[in-house]
Design a protein around this ligand. Structure first.
Ligand SMILES: *Cc1c(COP(=O)(O)O)cnc(C)c1O
Length: 425
C-alpha cells in the first residue's frame, strides 16, 4: 500500500517503511522528533522536471529555503542543479555544498550590501532584483568592487496563484517584485546603471500552486514584457519562471512537473521563445513529499469538547499548521486493530494554543506509539526554531535500505553557546 503523495512511503506487514527502511526502529535508535527523508523520492521529483526540460536549454535551481540540509543540497548539486538562495547564510551553505557559483541565483526583497559584496566576490550567476532601490545599491556595490552584477528583475505578473494568501506572491498587493506596468521603465533604468548587466527576467507567483492556469497566465504576462523590453533594445538571455508547484498534502492534485513544462513549452514555442534559456526555482515540489517527521505520543488527554493526543513534536519543529493552518497527514508507524480509535487534536508541548499539528484526526493510539507526520520534507526543518528552548530535531537521509544521519539532534550546549551570563563576564 502506498500513502497519498508520498511515493516512497509504504506499509509492509502493518509497519511503515520509507524506501526499504522500517521507521519504528529508526525512531527507537535516534529518538523523536526525527525527520526522515527519502533520497529516491527527491531524485524522482527532480527527474520529472528533467523530463519536462529534455532537449531544452534549462537550469533547475533548487530553492534551498525549502530544506537546506547540506546532504540534500549536495544531492541536488551533484545531480546538476543550481541553487536559488535568499540570504548570505544560504550563500555560504550553497558554497559548502559545492555549488558552482555561476549556478547560484540570489532572490529576495532585502539583500544587504554585505550579502551583495560576498555574492559578487565569489561570482554568482545572477541577482534577482526586486526593487528600483535595490538596483541602485547593487550597481554602487558592484562598481565599488570593480565588478559587474548580472541581474534579472523580478516582475509581478499580477495573476492569482489561487493558493493561501501567505504564500501567494504574484498579486499587486504583495511586497514582491516590480509591478507589471512599471517593469519596462525599471528595465531601462537597470540598463543605464554602470555596475549592472541585464541578463534576464524573473517571476515567482506563489507556492503550493495546484493548477496549470496561473502558470499559463503568468507566462503570457511575462512574455508580453519580454517582447516590450527587447523592443526597447534590452536583450534578455534567460527567463526565470520561479518555483511554486504544489504537492499532495491532502488529496491535492497538482500537475506533474513534466506535464506543467510540456504545456509551458507549448506556449513558449507558439510565441517564438521556445529556444530561450529557462531557469526555474522549485523548492517544495522537490522535497516536500520526500520527508516525514516521526513523533512519539506522550499523553492522551480526553475531554468533553475535544480529545488531545499530546506528542513530542511541536510548532517549533513543524511550524506550517500554526503559520498557515496547513494540513499534514498523520499516521501511526504500526497499526493497531482500531478498537480504541478516537478523534484527537494532535498537539505539541509548546505553551501556545497555536501549537497543534493536526485537528480532528481519527487515530487508534496509546502513549509510547510513534506517529509519522507526512509531507514534512519542505518548510518544516528549515523553519524550525528553538522556541521553548527545544533542541531542533535530528535528520536522517534514507536510500534503499541505508539510513544515514545528516544532522545530529541539537543539544542544550548548542543553544547556550552563543549566550553570555553577565555575572561571569
Ligand atoms: C520560496 C521561493 C521559491 C520556491 O518556492 P516553492 O513553492 O517552494 O517551489 C522560488 N523562488 C523564490 C523567489 C522564492 O521566494
Amino acid at each position: 500500500m502506498t500513502l497519498p503523495g508520498q511515493p516512497q512511503l509504504h506499509l509492509r506487514d502493518q509497519s511503515l517503511y520509507l524506501e526499504d527502511v522500517p521507521l519504528a526502529p529508526l525512531a527507537r535508535e535516534h529518538g523523536t522528533p526525527l525527520f526522515v527523508y527519502s533520497e529516491g523520492a527527491m531524485l524522482a521529483a527532480l527527474a520529472s522536471y528533467q523530463r519536462g526540460f529534455e532537449g531544452r536549454d534549462a537550469l533547475i535551481c533548487y530553492a534551498m529555503k525549502a530544506n537546506a540540509n547540506l546532504a540534500i543540497l549536495k544531492l541536488f548539486v551533484n545531480a546538476g542543479c543550481g541553487l536559488d538562495i535568499v540570504s548570505g547564510g544560504e550563500l555560504e551553505r550553497a558554497l559548502a555544498a559545492g555549488a558552482p557559483p555561476e549556478r547560484i541565483i540570489f532572490s529576495g526583497v532585502g539583500k544587504t550590501r554585505a550579502e551583495m559584496t560576498r555574492a559578487l566576490e565569489i561570482g554568482i550567476g545572477c541577482f534577482n532584483v526586486e526593487s528600483e532601490a535595490e538596483l541602485d545599491v547593487l550597481s554602487t556595490v558592484a562598481t565599488g568592487l570593480g565588478r559587474t552584477a548580472s541581474v534579472s528583475i523580478r516582475v509581478n505578473p499580477d495573476v492569482d496563484a489561487q493558493t493561501h494568501p501567505y504564500i501567494s506572491t504574484g498579486l499587486k498587493g504583495n511586497k514582491f517584485g516590480i509591478a507589471h506596468d512599471r517593469a519596462l521603465d525599471v528595465y531601462r533604468h537597470a540598463a543605464s546603471l554602470p555596475g549592472l548587466k541585464v541578463v534576464g527576467i524573473d517571476c515567482h507567483i506563489g507556492s503550493q500552486i495546484t493548477q496549470l492556469s496561473p502558470y499559463l497566465d503568468a507566462m503570457d504576462r511575462v512574455l508580453d514584457l519580454v517582447n516590450a523590453i527587447e523592443d526597447a533594445g534590452i536583450p534578455l538571455h534567460h527567463i526565470d519562471f520561479g518555483g511554486g508547484l504544489g504537492i499532495d498534502y491532502k488529496g491535492d492534485t497538482p500537475p506533474e512537473a513534466a506535464t506543467l513544462w510540456q504545456q509551458l513549452f507549448a506556449k513558449l514555442d507558439a510565441r517564438g521563445y521556445g529556444d530561450r534559456r529557462i531557469v526555474i526555482e522549485p523548492g517544495r515540489s522537490l522535497v516536500g513529499n520526500a520527508g516525514v517527521c516521526l513523533t512519539e505520543v506522550l499523553y492522551l488527554k480526553p475531554g468533553e469538547a475535544k480529545n488531545f493526543a499530546i506528542v513530542d513534536a511541536a510548532m517549533n519543529d513543524l511550524p506550517r499548521p500554526a503559520m498557515y493552518e496547513a494540513f499534514h497527514q498523520i499516521v501511526p508507524l504500526e497499526a493497531r486493530d482500531g478498537r480504541t480509535a478516537a478523534t484527537y487534536d494532535v498537539v505539541g508541548p509548546v505553551c501556545e494554543s497555536g501549537d497543534w499539528l493536526g485537528r480532528d484526526r481519527l487515530l487508534d493510539v496509546e502513549p509510547g506509539d510513534v506517529l509519522a507526520v507526512l509531507s514534512a520534507g519542505a518548510y518544516c526543518m528549515s523553519m524550525a526554531s528553538n522556541y521553548n528552548s527545544r533542541p531542533r530535531a535530528a535528520e536522517i537521509l534514507v536510500s534503499g535500505n541505508a539510513a544515514r544521519v545528516v544532522r545530529r539532534r541539537e543539544t542544550i550546549e548548542d543553544q547556550l553557546r552563543a549566550e553570555q551570563d553577565l555575572s561571569q563576564a
